[in-house]
Design a protein around this ligand. Structure first.
Ligand code: GLA
Length: 745
């Protein structure tokens, strides 16, 4: 895909101002603002463009033009803080752009060309700043979109080639952002299968720190294209200045944090330039992924809430709609099922109050039946030996039980032992003349190839067309790029693979969204392998991890929730002892953890004890009641599982501050008297609230240390709950409590 044309509304918008100043005019400032934040760009008299400030909005920002932003000595500092630093402008630090011009010149010098501002609506504004090479007809067009209420900024950069021939882009960041502070603390993510989203914070020293991925197609199990940069001190939930940023991209990414010789932080965010040279012809354009960022002067909690609101409002499917309760068949049946097993699970799910039953892996392939993960992947026809009445039989059965039906697919992948691999070996991503590295016994299909895109699209589209009652698709991707090479791309375009694959994937997602707008889509990639703003735009939710142990999930969900609202985080109650960790925990604890996100169940219902089954039914009913607050409310994280308290807690508050739900968990051993005190947040200090426990443990009333608490609950002011707090009776490992807090007249 050479020509990456923007679909954005830029051409259709009425620009409220379009300016082009002569290079010799006096300096001026371009303000890019939200309701509370500002990013200010200075165009200097010689047409150099610099980004001068990002943070709380400044009254009188125009004075920026009176202060030379980068020091007295141009020999040292002239190149600092360029809007889009390029190689060849005297730069010796990191750059945003490296390219070779049509004539072989490897240097680029950009100056101001024009800028325009357009209001999309009351909340959204688009500011475009176009830079031009001083000599060549090469343009760099930078689009900032601001979301005023959410205080969110996004940036996308487009390289436009009007030179006489091809240009080779050797690296084009989405964004460059300079920040000045005394100290810089970076929180990043690391992990692995069944252990995703661990957060770690370090103070950065001089030089460059890089967060990147070279895995190509599922990039968030080991890391994440998201970061928290805390200025002057470690990040805290309620205090301090932080910038949170994320690249909306499911492919290779690179986030660089460079402390330069002036002790300034230079942040670069973009698709990874690793073996990714990209050639575009004359009159062609190259558009980078979107970088999303926000600023908070009151800690990470506020920055997360900005991002959650933005995701629900602009970057997820149906963000204003509550997500249903799911029962997924995987951990309850794995590959071992027949029609009887599944229809019984549907019956049980329906009687529990579950709203969608999802049939996971194992329902397809005939020549090489998919009865384990070694064969059949790619052969998307129903295995009638297992399911004599096919998918329609299951859908009909689900209908009888008044429950919806969903299904698992993995359209990007193939087992070598499959009819698909036999028929289309050229569709497989592989390194010529090399032995193959299988991962989970499978290989990757080449989505740079339009024929393969069509195939993958049809895997889902055919299902949804043949069975219009399918309400939910779980799209899985169980390996990353290991063997590199495309038989579709030309010899000299192999390095386009990384970019073209993701565009191929997004084009499929986009068609599916357009053609099947009512179907719920989950992004799964062996768990949390695609937890990024690029992919979630086309989905309703992500699968948080194949690790369904509730205690592990407190940490995993905590990490995901920094950037993703609970509505988008599928969290399922599974069997105890847990299949991945072997750890046992009570049914209440397992539900209390999953109920803080998008609740689901992933077990064989018939294995539940009578008591656990009763608990399950009641918990699902309670969840449906508190769901609007949990899924659509504001999240305040109160006690971090990463703290050394052995507790974790969070509260959701609806936008009117009338209803809240508090979750608290004990995740360690505590001495006899070490009860946690949880100070709530987000309530209206002037309102009185009734506090009642949701499904208390019969022998362990968690609220018993709350003043004035009896079986009817307690009535307390928002001020009291936020200042004095609640002392909770949860001291043993895996005890937990959920409280509903409702304003009274
Ligand atoms: C991956 C997913 C699981 C399940 C299996 C099926 O591991 O993460 O949830 O769907 O594939 O093979």
């Amino acid at each position: 895909m050479k020509k990456l044309l923007r679909l954005g509304a830029i051409l259709n918008l009425l620009f409220i101002s379009t300016l082009a100043h002569a290079a010799t005019s006096s300096p001026f400032v371009i303000p890019i603002e939200t309701s509370q934040k500002g990013l200010y760009v200075l165009v200097e008299a010689d047409a150099q463009v610099r980004v001068c400030y990002f943070g709380d909005k400044i009254e009188g920002y125009d004075n920026i033009k009176d202060i030379y932003p980068v020091g007295e000595n141009p020999e040292v500092s002239n190149t600092k803080r360029s809007l889009y630093p390029t190689f060849g402008n005297g730069y010796v630090d990191e750059v945003a752009l490296k390219l070779t011009h049509a004539d072989g010149n490897m240097t680029t010098r950009l100056v101001y060309d024009s800028h325009k501002v357009a209001k999309v609506d009351d909340n959204v504004t688009l500011t475009n700043i176009t830079l031009k090479d001083q000599h060549y007809p090469l343009y760099v067009s930078i689009d900032y979109t601001t979301y005023s209420n959410e205080n969110i900024f996004t940036q996308t950069t487009t390289i436009k080639n009007s030179e006489k021939g091809d240009i080779k882009i050797e690296g084009a960041a989405s964004a460059y952002l300079p920040v000045v502070a005394e100290k810089y603390y970076l929180t990043r993510y690391y992990g692995s299968w069944a252990g995703e989203m661990n957060m770690t914070e370090t103070e950065l020293g001089d030089g460059i720190t890089v967060i990147d991925s070279k895995r190509g197609v599922r990039t968030t199990q080991d890391g994440m294209p998201s970061f928290i940069l805390s200025l002057n001190g470690e990040a805290s939930e309620q205090h301090g200045e932080v910038i949170m940023g994320s690249l909306a991209w499911s492919g290779n990414y690179k986030l660089s944090f460079e402390i330069d010789n002036l002790k300034e932080m230079n942040i670069f965010a973009g698709a990874n330039d690793f073996l990714s040279d990209y050639t575009i012809g004359r009159k062609e354009e190259f558009e980078t992924p979107k970088f999303v960022f926000t600023h908070s002067n009151s800690g990470t909690g506020q920055a997360s809430r900005n991002l959650h609101d933005w995701v629900r409002g602009y970057n997820i499917r149906q963000g204003d709609v509550e997500r249903p309760v799911v029962l997924n068949s995987w951990e309850g049946a794995y590959f071992k099922f027949d029609e009887q097993v599944i229809t019984k699970m549907i019956d049980d799910a329906a009687s529990m109050g579950v709203e969608i039953f999802v049939l996971d892996d194992g329902w397809f392939a005939t020549k090489y039946p998919r009865n384990n993960d070694k064969q059949g992947l790619g052969d998307w026809h129903i295995n009638y030996d297992k399911l004599p009445n096919g998918i329609q039989g299951l859908i009909d059965h689900a209908k009888l039980r008044n429950i919806k039906f969903g299904i698992w697919v993995e359209p990007e992948m193939v087992n070598p032992k499959s009819e698909l691999a036999e028929k289309h070996p050229d569709w497989i991503v592989t390194s010529p003349n090399r032995t193959t590295h299988l991962m989970r016994n499978q290989q990757l299909l080449d989505l740079t190839n339009p024929k393969v895109q069509e195939f993958a699209y049809n895997v889902v589209a055919d299902l949804l067309t043949d069975y219009p009652d399918i309400a939910y698709i779980k799209w899985d991707a169980n390996r990353h790029v290991g063997d590199f090479g495309s038989s579709y791309l030309a010899k000299d375009e192999q390095s386009h693979f990384w970019i073209d694959y993701i565009h191929g994937l997004y084009s499929i997602y986009e068609r599916l969204e357009q053609n099947f707008p009512d179907v719920i889509f989950q992004a799964c990639a062996s768990g949390a392998g695609r937890v990024d703003y690029g992919s979630i735009k086309y989905h309703h939710e992500v699968w948080g991890s194949d690790n369904t142990d509730a205690e592990s999930r407190i940490f995993i969900n905590w990490g995901i929730n920094q950037f993703f609202p609970s509505q988008a985080v599928a969290s399922h109650v599974s069997q105890s002892p847990n299949h991945q960790t072997g750890h046992s925990s009570p049914i209440k604890f397992r539900f209390d953890v999953a109920m803080a996100q998008r609740l689901g169940v992933e077990l064989q219902p018939k294995l539940l004890s009578k008591n656990d089954l009763e608990w399950t039914k009641q918990a699902i009913a309670e969840y449906k009641r508190i769901r609007p607050v949990v899924q659509l409310g504001d999240q305040y994280r109160l006690i971090s599982p990463y703290s050394d308290t052995g507790y974790a807690s969070m509260i959701y508050v609806d936008k009117a501050q009338d209803r809240a739900v508090l979750f608290a968990y004990s995740i360690g051993f505590h001495y006899r008297e070490l009860y946690p005190t949880v100070k709530l947040q987000g309530l209206d200090r002037n309102k009185m609230y009734k506090v009642t426990e949701v499904m208390p443990n019969k022998n362990n009333n968690s609220g018993k240390y709350l003043y004035a608490y009896d079986s009817e609950g307690a009535v307390l002011s928002g001020d009291f709950l936020m200042k004095y707090g609640m002392k909770l009776n949860i001291i043993k490992r895996n005890q937990s409590a959920v409280f509903e807090i409702v304003a009274i007249e």
